[in-house]
Structures are given as C-alpha cells and as structure tokens.
Design a protein around this ligand. Structure first.
Ligand SMILES: Cc1cc2nc3c(=O)[nH]c(=O)nc-3n(C[C@H](O)[C@H](O)[C@H](O)COP(=O)(O)OP(=O)(O)OC[C@H]3O[C@@H](n4cnc5c(N)ncnc54)[C@H](O)[C@@H]3O)c2cc1C
Ligand code: FES
Ligand code: FES
Length: 469
C-alpha cells in the first residue's frame, strides 16, 4: 500500500503502516510534537487545535482551525497541516504567541497552544485589518486564565508584515485532494473522487462506515472505541459539494461543511443564520456537514427541526439511481433513516418560496456550544388576506425523531395570526409529543418547552408578515 503524504509545518511528510483509526492528534503526540494537547478527545475543548490550509469559495487560500482529535491521520493525505511547533520558538515567537505572552493570557498553559492556533487563523484572515472576531476562539476552553486577557491578546494583534511566510503561503495554490486507499492490520480507508467509485466501494465493502466531516464518527472511535473494517471518506466527492439555486428550490450538497455554508448562504435563509451560531463551535462547523447531521438522525440534531420547518426534501443516490424524499419521512425511528443499503444522501432541497416568518430556538444548558435539550423551528406564510396559508412547527428533543406538530399546524392554517390561532395551536401542542426524561431535562420540562417556545414565537412575531425575521 502506498504511504499517505501530506505537508506538516512546511515539510513534506510520508506515513506508512498506520491504522486508519489513528487520529491526527495521536500521530502528532506520538512524534513528540506535544505542543498540541489532548483535553477532552471529543471536540469540546480546542486544546488540540491545528490549522489546515484550505481553499475558500472565492478561490483564495486561508487557514482553518480544526480539532485534531476529530481528524483521522489518513484524512490529512494531500493536505497541509500547521501545528503550534510550526509557528515560532521561544527566542523568536510568532506575533500571535507574542501577543498572548505580552497580554498575560496564559497561566497553566494547557489551553494555550489551541488558542494560539485559533488566533493564528484569525491573524491571517483576509479583511481583518486590525480587528478581531471573538467567534475565532469559540471552540477553545480555558479553565484558569479567564477569557479577557486572551480576547485582549486577539485585539492587540497587528496586521501580518510583508514577507511573512505564512501570509505568502496564502498567495500560492493548493492541489486537489488525491484519491486515497490505505490498508493496515485488516482495516481499510478509502477516499474516492467520483460517485461511481464510491458506489463500487460500498458494494465491495458492505460493512464500511461512511465518514464526511467525522465529527460524529470520530467521537465513536475515540470515545466508544468503535473500529470499522473499512472507512470511506466522502470528502473528495465534488458531487456532494454543489450549491445550486433554481426558481423552485435551493439545493445544498450534503457534504458541504457548515462553516462554508454559513458563509455562502449568509442572509439568504434567515433560519440558517439563526441555526449556525448555535451549532457547536466554529472548529466543529469547519468539518461538520448537513448530510452527517441528518444521517446521524439524532433526535437532538439541530439542523433537522430547521429543515423540517422549511419543508426540505433529501436527494438520496445509489448505483441504481436517485430518489427524492421529504425529510419528514426520512427519519423512520430512533437513529434510523430511510436510507437503503448502498444509498447515500447527496443533497438537501429547500423549496421556494421560503417562509415569510420563521424562527429557530434552541434550549440548552449553556447558551453557546452545547447540545439541545429541546429545539424548535417555526415557519409561517400568509395569503393576501393576511391569513396563515402554511404553518410548519418542528421540534427536536421531544421524541425518538425530530418531528413536526402536524395537528397544531392544521389548527393554524386559514387563521389570522392572533390570540385565537395561538390558543388553538397551544392546545394541540400540549399533547403533540411524548418526551422522555434524561440528564438534560425531565419529560415535564420538555413538555413545557414545547408550548413555551411557541408562545415566545408568537410574542415576538405578533405582527405577522410585517415583522418577518
Ligand atoms: C463538540 C461537538 C459539538 C457538537 N455540537 C452539535 C450541535 O450543537 N448541534 C448538532 O446538531 N450537532 C452537534 N454535534 C454533532 C455533529 O457535529 C453533527 O452531527 C455533524 O453535523 C455531523 O456531520 P459530520 O459531517 O461530521 O458527520 P460524520 O461524523 O462524518 O457522519 C455522521 C453519520 O452520517 C453518515 N454520513 C455522513 N454523511 C453522509 C452522507 N452524505 N450520506 C450518507 N451517510 C452519511 C456517517 O456514516 C455517519 O453515520 C456536535 C459534535 C461535537 C463533537
Ligand atoms: S482534545 Fe478537546 S477538542 Fe480535541
Ligand atoms: S491557561 Fe490553564 S486552561 Fe487556560
């Protein structure tokens, strides 16, 4: 088997004989590159942050920070990785390290390399000037320094100097991702470049696990010690990264990372603008995809209620052809989907026109970077007389699958958006779901939330179409 090749801190690197389940973090630390730390091993703390060189939609290169505990080493084949060791040395710190040191932004130092990498990507962000976007450190936790000095270090960063090698690198080019086939110890990893090759592999490797951004699959590997006979990466498939606008719908490739979607759709779909900032951290969104979120079929996945409220359809593809199914019939049971063997999710279609009034609410223990206890997305459209012509009320965290409250929706259609409509829908919502109790919230609490979130929506949008979000 050929070794995988990548660039590590500017040096061409080859690795052979590696189990496909080894993470980039494990590899780095095994090479004595212990600047990259392991905190949680599941994408929560950012101590393991490293930067990748990626190509943005504008065709320009930029640095993107990812959790190396959630990236498999085999997935970096053909990529360029920068770790904290690649930045500076004690005698010649990188300007970002200098800003952290000068600002007293490090105490025990465990989180520091991760913050440095996030600030590094921010430092070279095109158009930053001397500004600082605090979202840049949204996936990094510090347990002892406190965030103010770290934020201040970010605010003190000057602009990169002419001749800065990291800046110059961004002026270069990036080769396309190569195909990969790795085999070690009876386990295999593939990264096909075309759908027909993917379907061929799925046929010859019926037990294979597909991996897109890997933010769910790698957690299974690192936390639940899952081992798969074969892993097939979807990252090399351009067919899954298409974003198409037609008069009938917006089609979103299932393999587009959420951060890219966030940038490409900014302002186009108000529900997405509300969803993304509440979905994990920027580091996770740099890898996570819509396809992964929907196929994972978690009852508390955040994109499902939003897409149900938008009446989305999913396009499923296999060697036999394609079919389009409503998302509302895609979830068939707890963590079960309508995907047939050999089938993948190719894209998500959001029909036009988009709803006139819509909101997404997420109830979680922490406001940002947390998993939902209950999530709800509401969408209304109106006819010329101001009556509700379409209503979609979708929830997550209240049953075995994300689902719509169709009885409550029926109560609303034909009504004007006032107290009477509210009263009827509230009655139907009270009995729409049978939530369970778990460590995030009791069944009673969830039942209350189902109604309260709708009341909040009503209170915030009493004016109907005139206060569309
Ligand atoms: C720290 C952390 C925070 C998180 N926060 C949130 C959050 O706030 N909200 C939330 O909803 N989720 C959250 N998640 C879960 C996760 O990030 C999302 O579910 C993400 O969208 C998964 O996408 P992925 O591309 O990484 O999926 P992967 O891990 O690659 O795959 C997930 C599953 O989908 C399958 N799959 C992937 N793509 C396809 C496809 N195109 N066709 C067929 N099968 C496919 C895989 O085989 C696998 O079974 C979080 C995860 C972590 C680690
Ligand atoms: S070790 Fe905590 S995010 Fe990777
Ligand atoms: S400096 Fe100790 S965790 Fe941040």
């Amino acid at each position: 088997m050929e070794p995988i090749q990548f660039v590590l801190n500017g040096k061409p690197t080859q690795v052979a004989g590696i189990d496909p389940h080894v993470t980039l973090l494990e590899y780095l630390r095994g090479q004595n590159m212990t600047g990259t730390k392991e905190g949680c091993g599941e994408g929560e703390c950012g101590a393991c942050a490293v930067a990748l060189v990626v190509k943005g939609q504008d065709g320009k290169l930029r640095y993107e920070v990812v959790n190396s505990c959630l990236v498999l080493l085999v997935e970096v084949a053909g990529k360029e990785v920068i770790t904290v060791e690649g930045l500076g040395e004690p005698s010649a710190l990188h300007p970002v390290q200098e800003a952290m040191a000068q600002g007293g932004a490090s105490q025990c130092g465990y989180c520091t390399p991760g913050f440095v990498m996030s600030l590094f990507a921010e430092y070279y962000r095109e158009g930053r000037g001397t500004g600082f976007d605090p979202e840049a450190i949204s996936g990094n936790l510090c347990r002892c320094t406190g965030y103010r000095p770290i934020r201040d270090a970010g605010r003190c960063m000057a602009t990169p100097a002419q001749g800065d090698p990291f800046l110059e690198r961004l002026g270069g080019s990036l080769p396309p991702l190569p195909r990969v086939h790795v085999e070690h110890g009876g386990r295999r990893f593939y990264r096909p470049r075309a759908l027909k090759d993917l379907f061929g592999l799925m046929k010859s490797e019926p037990e294979a696990k597909l991996i897109a951004g890997g933010t769910d699959v790698t957690v299974e590997i690192t936390q639940r010690h899952a081992r798969f006979p074969a892993l097939i990466s979807l990252e090399g498939l351009e067919e899954l990264r298409v974003l198409e606008r037609t008069p009938e719908f917006l089609e979103i490739g299932a393999g587009i990372p959420l951060r890219e979607l966030e940038e490409r759709l900014h302002g186009e779909l108000p529900l997405f603008d509300e969803l993304f900032p509440l979905f994990a951290s920027r580091m996770i969104r740099s890898r996570a995809t819509l396809g992964g979120n929907l196929v994972n079929a978690s009852p508390i996945g955040d994109s499902a209620p939003v897409l149900l409220a938008l009446d989305a359809r999913v396009r499923l593809a296999s060697a036999q052809g394609e079919r389009v199914v409503p998302l509302s019939s895609f979830f068939v049971g707890y963590r079960k989907t309508a995907l047939a063997p050999g089938e993948i999710m190719a894209s998500v279609r959001v029909p036009r026109p988009f709803p006139e009034v819509s909101r997404f609410y997420k109830v979680s223990k922490r406001k940002l970077d947390d998993i939902s206890t209950v999530a709800a997305a509401f969408a209304l459209s109106f006819d010329r007389a101001g009556r509700i012509s379409q209503a979609r009320l979708a929830y997550g965290g209240v049953g075995p699958t994300p689902a719509r409250a169709t009885d409550a929706e029926s109560c609303l259609v034909g009504m004007t958006w006032g107290e009477e409509a509210m009263r009827k829908a509230r009655g139907a919502l009270a009995t729409a779901f049978q939530p369970i109790s778990d460590h995030r919230g009791s069944a009673n609490y969830r039942r209350e939330m189902i109604v309260k979130l709708f009341e909040k929506f009503h209170a915030e949008h009493k004016g109907g179409t005139s206060c569309a979000s």
